[in-house]
Design a protein around this ligand. Structure first.
Ligand SMILES: [Fe+2]
Ligand SMILES: [Fe+2]
Length: 480
């Protein structure tokens, strides 16, 4: 609960922009949800003013609830796409339509819990809980009567799925959830309602002749298993980033990561160390650890386009930048590691949230080393030409990666006998320079969080100093 509370408190500066046409589609679906959830109030004859009033009330209530659901999803996922919002409200529409069509035949558990699982996996627990509350409280057909105990079981099961769904880290755990929740619902219905009698169901003939809580629970298990089968399809159509998908991408046997380890071993080592720094810092501030670990793994894949142009892969041999002796061209090679990285991301169908780490870890940082060289050569060129194209980090996770990227080379190059105070000073200087340069302006990192990040980096430095490898000099750190 503490974690959820903290997530809900994340301030958001820049909500994702949604195009007009998408806004219109979303609005129309919300209207449709409101219509199908309320039109039955108008079907009574003779129609009285109180009926029109209760229709209007229900219509407005559902419309506002749908709006709140969208706002909650945006708040929980600042980078949510319009496709994902459309998925959430389409699921709500599907649930309302199903209720209208077959509410008297199947248990509400099978209608509400499976979509809640999809939403919690893709969009998080808070959005899933908001979905569950709207879907549970609005019943389009006033004639449908729901037993209080069943309603209670529905809320408990749906809340458990919403809370656990967002934390599940493997497909195996998902399968376990789809077995244990129906067993739990069966036992609780057996205790609270009684076997064989189900007030919601008049004429249920699914699986068992007279329909009872056993067939309800079996149906729930079957629908949940089908949902799990379809989750990978939802992932690719709607760009959902589930924990299981994140962990799959973090597999070091993935072809792109294998290539990185073989063709750019220095960058691969740098990447692993950054993963450690970023993970520790993210744990300290309560961010998304799986996201940052995977993002860190792919942040420099663009270096594969020319591995030996980056200091960490040079192995002490000659530096092609010295031979080139053209700071402007060298700056272009550095920028290319971002542009090529984005191309690799597209080719390998990396989710957008992972691809964002590629440009944002460099932000609009200055390539100080080459800018200095250009000044030495008296080249009359704008400073901005020696800055990465950005954007600056838009989330806490990408900002942490930028800071880890900046500190990694400096910590690695630091004397083995350096004290903790010296290490903290180095870390603080690097972080302060990024802050002063405005790189953290859009990241929403608070001062307290930056303090925690510094402590986390120091902890990792203490851990690695005994087994670190010396890397050529610190003056070439601008190559990172
Ligand atoms: Fe980089
Ligand atoms: Fe890097």
């Amino acid at each position: 609960m503490l974690y959820l509370w903290r997530r809900s408190q994340v301030p958001v500066k820049q909500l994702i922009k949604i195009s007009r046409i998408d806004n219109l589609i979303i609005f129309l679906v919300c209207i449709l949800i409101s219509i199908i959830s309320s039109y039955k109030y108008l079907l009574v004859s003779p129609l009285q003013i109180t009926d029109i009033f209760s229709w209007l009330l229900t219509f407005t209530e559902i419309l506002i609830s749908s709006g709140i659901l969208i706002l909650v999803s945006k708040k929980e996922n600042p980078t949510i796409s319009s496709r994902q919002i459309i998925l959430i409200i389409t699921l709500l529409l599907a649930v309302q339509a199903t209720k209208l069509a077959i509410a008297s035949n199947i248990s509400p558990l099978s209608m509400i819990i499976p979509p809640a699982l999809v939403i919690s996996q893709g969009m998080g627990s808070i959005t899933a809980l908001a979905f569950v509350s709207i879907a549970s409280f609005s019943w389009p057909d006033p004639a449908v009567f729901i037993n209080n105990n069943l309603f209670f079981i529905l809320l408990v099961c749906a809340s458990v799925v919403s809370l656990l769904g967002a934390r599940i880290r493997s497909r195996a755990q998902l399968l376990q959830l789809s077995i244990f929740v129906p067993i739990g619902s069966f036992l609780s219905q057996w205790i609270l309602i009684g076997k064989g009698s189900n007030p919601l169901i008049n004429n249920q003939e699914f699986v068992l002749a007279n329909g009872d809580i056993f067939s309800d629970s079996l149906l729930l298990a079957i629908v949940m298993l089908f949902t799990i089968l379809f989750i990978p399809i939802f992932e690719s159509i709607f760009g959902l980033l589930t924990k299981a998908r994140l962990l799959e991408l973090a597999d070091k046997e993935k072809p792109l990561i294998r290539r990185l380890s073989l063709e750019a071993p220095g960058t691969f080592e740098h990447t692993l160390l950054i993963c450690g720094l970023a993970e520790e810092a993210t744990r300290m501030i309560g961010g998304d650890i799986d996201l940052i670990k995977t993002g860190a793994l792919y942040h420099d894949v663009g270096k594969l386009h020319a591995p030996n142009w980056f200091i960490e892969n040079q192995d002490g041999s000659k530096n092609p930048h010295d031979e080139l002796d053209d700071p402007i061209k060298s700056a272009e090679v550095l920028q290319a590691h971002v542009d090529e990285g984005l191309k690799f991301a597209r080719k390998n169908r990396l989710p957008k949230m992972i691809a964002n780490f590629i440009p944002e870890h460099q932000g609009t940082l200055k390539m100080g080393y080459f800018f200095q060289k250009a000044k030495e050569k008296n080249l009359d060129i704008d400073e901005n030409y020696f800055r990465y194209k950005g954007p600056i980090p838009q989330s806490k996770e990408t900002a942490i990666l930028m800071l880890a990227d900046g500190c990694e080379a400096a910590l690695r190059a630091m004397n083995i006998n350096a004290s903790d105070k010296e290490a903290l000073e180095t870390i603080s200087n690097i972080i302060y320079s990024r802050q002063k340069d405005g790189q953290l302006d859009d990241s929403n990192l608070s001062k307290g969080e930056i303090f925690l990040i510094k402590r986390a980096f120091l902890n990792v430095w203490k851990r690695i100093r005994h087994r670190r490898i010396q890397y050529p000099t610190s003056k070439n750190n601008t190559f990172s």
